[in-house]
Design a protein around this ligand. Structure first.
Ligand SMILES: O=P(O)(O)OC[C@H]1O[C@H](OP(=O)(O)OP(=O)(O)O)[C@H](O)[C@@H]1O
Ligand SMILES: O=c1cc[nH]c(=O)[nH]1
Ligand SMILES: [Mg+2]
Length: 212
């Protein structure tokens, strides 16, 4: 597993406002959207391209464009939806698949309640978007889901990651695939409830309001 902890003063600033408990949902959503754009710039650095000749008004230019098969972006519902638009703005030709996953807040195990993904992901570059990597159970299950469908190149974009979750993911995936985590920050630890410390609280609740 490869970890990219993106270091940029704009990310630091936006993350500071995002973490603030007094930041309301509207501002929170806006900041998530802006942060994913900054992370996506790093996360797509190795997106596959192919050469193409483009006729400019002056001459023919040797250019590159994103190669087929097109990448796929997979938001993990619910909170990952807050990162989808920022990601597809940078990768407008990407396909979008969906995974609905909810962790049981008592056992911290994951329930997958929805999936809408192509059956065959071989040869596809996959970009999972989910703001929080806490115990790592959700991201590990999501990654396994894609690997089971033939994907071998998976990049996860997270706003915050916990060291415990990164270790769990690395041990669970091993060398079965090329998995990269791109994050805005690696926080200190998980508390006894499985929340990232200092974190930002429950990302889904802060984006969309509290749903039981
Ligand atoms: O690393 P883990 O310990 O598995 O936790 C991380 C997961 O928790 C949050 O989702 P949640 O289960 O709260 O669902 P939600 O997006 O509907 O709020 C978050 O968006 C991740 O998907
Ligand atoms: O801190 C955490 C951990 C899991 N999910 C969240 O939304 N926040
Ligand atoms: Mg939640």
């Amino acid at each position: 597993m490869h970890l990219i902890d993106v270091d940029h003063p704009l990310i630091d600033h936006k993350l500071a406002v995002l973490r603030d408990r007094t930041t309301n949902s509207a501002v929170f959503r806006q900041l998530v959207d802006e942060l994913v754009t900054l992370l996506a710039y790093e996360a797509t650095r190795h997106v596959r391209t192919e050469p193409v000749e483009i006729a400019t008004p002056v001459a023919v230019a040797q250019c590159h464009r994103i190669a087929a098969p097109r990448p796929i972006v997979v938001p993990i519902l619910r909170a990952g939806l807050g990162m989808l638009e920022g990601m597809t703005r940078l990768l407008p030709t990407a396909e979008v698949g969906f995974l609905g996953m909810k962790r049981d807040e008592r056992t911290l195990e994951v329930d997958t309640y929805a999936n809408r993904l192509p059956d065959d992901l071989s040869g596809r570059q996959c970009f999972i978007v989910d703001p929080m990597l806490a115990t790592g159970h959700t991201l590990t299950d999501a990654t396994n889901y894609l690997l089971d469908r033939g994907a071998r190149d998976v990049t996860a974009l997270c706003l915050l990651a916990a060291p415990e979750g990164l270790t769990y993911l690395e041990e669970a995936i091993g060398d079965r695939a090329n998995v990269t985590v791109v994050t805005a920050a690696v926080d200190d630890h998980l508390n006894e409830l499985g929340y990232i410390v200092p974190g930002l609280g429950d990302a889904g609740d802060r984006l969309y309001g509290i749903v039981d």
